[in-house]
Design a protein around this ligand. Structure first.
Ligand SMILES: [Zn+2]
Length: 304
């Protein structure tokens, strides 16, 4: 039997140890390599998944953007349609308003007596059967003491009373001598004048003067001192006040000094409405200077 010497034994032991170590390290290396490979695969997979997710998200984002764009487009269209509909409605409303305004104007005009702003002359004469739509008694305090009860057009009466009170505030004394006169009253009066003055009566109580009183919107005014229809009324403070202020209450002097159609009547004032009276005052015109069609434009607002 061969004797194993000591150095062989050590060498063998070393060999065994080396083999074991080599095996162990080999194993460890393999494991690491495997781990690394697996990790690489995992990472690659994860990255690929992330890319896919990202691509998916981008696609969804695009889809959403498109949807949003479509919705915005639809909204704009809706807004446009709404605006168009609104415009149509507004236009319709405007038309309705215009029509009702026109109807209102026509209605008001149809109810306004056109005789109230008529120019009277030898050619155009108020009908003897004409009676104003509303005749109201003037309160006694506004009528010259000793005179009969006086009557005036109900719609114009507040303007007359306001004017007399406005004058009183300026220490001007104004009273009514005569206001509404029926055709019969006028005939009787004309008869009296004719008896006293003969055919000359026509120059101061001719047809047009009569007609204006028959309207119910014309009044003869005086002050206590003058107390009648005399030309001397033109020299009073009351007349001066009327010339300056009567228009504010819708009154105008029908037959001013040196007018071309009638004798001067400082006492004879006709209600024509504030708008027309102001227009006449501002332009220094007389009622009978205007064309009838020009006057007619003021009919609608006569009692405003
Ligand atoms: Zn008169």
């Amino acid at each position: 039997m061969k004797k194993i010497n000591r150095s062989d034994a050590i060498l063998s032991a070393l060999l065994v140890v080396m083999l074991i170590a080599t095996g162990y390290f080999g194993y460890q290396t393999m494991t690491l390599k495997n781990k690394l490979a697996r990790y690489t695969i995992d990472s690659t997979n994860a990255l690929t998944q992330k890319d896919q997710k990202l691509a998916q998200l981008q696609t969804e984002n695009e889809k959403l953007s498109n949807t949003l764009k479509n919705v915005a487009g639809d909204l704009e269209e809706l807004e446009d349609n709404y605006r168009k509909e609104k415009d149509k409605n507004d236009e319709f409303d405007d038309k309705i308003r215009e029509i009702s305004k026109t109807v209102g104007v026509l209605n008001k005009l149809s109810k306004t007596d056109e005789e109230l702003l008529q120019k009277y002359s030898k050619v155009y004469f108020l009908n003897e059967n004409y009676i104003p739509s509303d005749i109201t008694q003037i309160e006694d305090q506004y009528v010259l003491p000793g005179k009969d009860a006086a009557f005036f057009h109900g719609d114009a009466l507040p303007f007359l009373e306001n004017m007399i009170e406005d004058a009183a505030r300026d220490d001007i004394d104004l009273s009514v001598i005569s206001a509404y006169r029926s055709f019969d009253q006028q005939e009787a009066l004309k008869g009296q004048y004719t008896t006293v003055y003969g055919s000359g009566a026509n120059t101061f109580s001719a047809d047009q003067g009569y007609s204006e009183h028959q309207l119910g919107t014309t009044v003869d005014l005086t002050d206590a001192a003058t107390a009648g229809t005399y030309n001397s009324f033109a020299d009073t403070k009351a007349y001066a006040w009327l010339l300056k202020n009567a228009y504010k209450h819708g009154f105008t002097l029908s037959y001013p000094e040196k007018n071309g159609y009638y004798i001067f009547e400082p006492w004879h004032w006709r209600f024509v409405g504030e708008d027309l009276a102001e227009y006449l005052y501002d332009n220094d015109l007389n009622f009978y200077d205007l064309e009838q069609r020009e006057i007619d434009e003021y009919l609608i607002s006569i009692f405003d």
